[in-house]
Design a protein around this ligand. Structure first.
Ligand SMILES: *[C@@H]1O[C@H](CO)[C@@H](O)[C@H](O)[C@H]1NC(C)=O
Length: 470
């Protein structure tokens, strides 16, 4: 318990303090792109908000027109709290991929962030699927452990995983001075949350000495509490070597060959990807343990097929799957981006990338007429590792949407061998972190793993950049 209360204070304090990229240490411009320092961690703050974008409501290939209607969103990660799809462009070797959500996502906060319309039309089936088929999630929800709790405290959005299991413990009461003895009598998760909020308020409003002592106690307590309850649920996992593919489907843009559709107005829809990623296929294939060449793109979505209007509008006859939903979610990657010597920037030669899109974009039209996807009106894209010029050895990150911006600090492109990396989409913040090669995300990650990723990328240093978007 203590860990999460004080960690919340630490995160809030760090963000309100040094929030800067590392461009004051030097920057260079290459063909309009700025590069500052090489880092191993980046946090984006101010990612989400309130706004609207145009949801496609009809694609008419006979008239060549697309219609849409305005859709309003609101939430600290919005609109990227909606379903997202993951995109991989060569030259790239994808060794492992995993998608996680907190073991019990906080359904009350989701409801608060979304209209009833949105829940009905875009999310109901996704939730029903996970609820129905994942016993671990169902059990977790009963006891509410692992709920991601978010609160705005003194202007800072703070979140933590709820470890409250319904059993009152001494630890719950003896957290900080602000966690009063009332906590000892606490018998509900809601009360405990109030205690946590009080504790954070206390830490952030008291003197800097008190705040730093809270930070110090956080460090010691998190070091000493190695066992973590509140693990995260793995919703999807791919391992190229063993050809394991759980909860994922591999798609690409070859509709009309084997699956999906093609017409001369809108072009190719999504299709199942052939195992080498280069062609369409008539049924789901596992991506081979292979290198995707320049400009070959593979899309990963969940293995939960859209049905009965539960993905909202999709292009008629396209292959369509649900993306990865959640107001808090994490993705893990093991990948390499070898150089293949292609110098043609017009065809993305030697410009590998890993990015995510609002999953509605590929399900209508990712490449083509701009009014046929919600991209132009800002439903969201986040570039995680993107090489911007042929052969370049730097990977940049960028958010595209109503709120847009990209850090000029960059990650080293893994041209030889592979690296492991995490993307944690925490309420209001996006964290990217290059992980140690020994980090194992093949079976599970704990709440403390996630917390470590968030905390270590929220403290600016020579290798950590913090980029405030709004
Ligand atoms: C863009 O963001 C601003 C500031 O949060 C908001 O007021 C505005 O409505 C948004 N516009 C759209 C089109 O989402």
């Amino acid at each position: 318990m203590k860990r999460f209360i004080t960690a919340g204070a630490v995160i809030a304090a760090a963000i309100s303090g040094a929030t800067a990229d590392l461009c004051s240490q030097g920057s260079t411009e290459d063909n309009g792109n700025w590069y500052c320092q090489e880092v191993t961690g980046i946090t984006y703050t101010g990612v989400g908000g309130t706004g609207s974008y145009n949801k496609v409501t009809k694609m008419d290939s006979s008239s060549g027109t697309c219609s849409s209607s305005a859709f309003s969103y609101s939430g600290s990660l919005s609109p990227l709290d909606e379903e997202v799809s993951l995109h991989f462009r060569g030259p790239l070797t994808l060794k492992q991929f995993a998608a996680y959500t907190p073991s019990s996502s906080s359904s009350s906060s989701k409801k608060a962030r979304r209209s009833a319309h949105e829940r009905r039309h875009a999310h109901a089936h996704g939730h029903a699927h996970f609820h129905a088929h994942n016993k671990e999630v169902r059990d977790a929800q009963k006891r509410a452990v692992g709920d991601w709790v978010t609160a705005t405290i003194d202007g800072q959005v703070v979140s933590w995983a709820n470890e409250w299991s319904g059993v009152s413990t001494a630890a719950a009461a003896s957290t900080t001075a602000a966690a009063t003895t009332a906590a000892a009598a606490t018998s509900s998760a809601a009360d405990l949350v109030n205690v946590k909020i009080a504790a954070v308020q206390k830490a952030s409003s008291s003197s800097s000495a008190a705040a730093s002592s809270a930070a110090a106690s956080s460090k010691t307590s998190s070091a000493s509490s190695s066992s973590s309850t509140g693990g995260w649920t793995r919703n999807a996992y791919y391992d190229s070597e063993s050809q394991t593919a759980d909860g994922v489907v591999f798609l690409n843009h070859n509709g009309g060959s084997g699956s999906g559709t093609f017409d001369y107005v809108f072009g190719n829809s999504l299709s199942y990807a052939s195992s080498d990623g280069t062609e369409g296929a008539s049924s789901p294939q596992v991506l081979a343990d292979t290198q995707l060449d320049s400009n070959v793109e593979v899309v990963i979505m969940s293995d939960n097929e859209c049905g009965d209007d539960d993905c909202g509008y999709v292009r008629p006859d396209t292959v369509a799957y649900h993306g990865f939903d959640g107001s808090v979610k994490a993705f893990f990657f093991e990948f390499g981006m070898p150089s293949d010597g292609n110098t043609d920037s017009a065809t993305n030669g030697d410009m590998p990338a890993i990015w995510l899109l609002n999953a509605q974009i590929p399900r209508t039209l990712q490449y083509g007429q701009s009014d046929c996807s919600c991209w132009t009106s800002g439903c969201g894209e986040f570039d995680i590792f993107e090489v911007l010029a042929p052969g370049d050895k730097r990977c940049k990150s960028t958010l595209h949407g109503n709120i847009s911006g990209g850090d000029s600090d960059y990650f080293a492109r893994p041209t030889s061998g592979t690296i492991k990396a995490a993307l944690v989409m925490d309420s209001n913040n996006i964290h990217i972190k290059v992980l140690d090669d020994s980090f194992d995300f093949s079976s599970g990650v704990s709440a403390s793993d996630i917390e470590d990723i968030c905390t270590s990328t929220t403290t600016q240093s020579d290798s950590v950049s913090i980029f405030a978007l709004s």
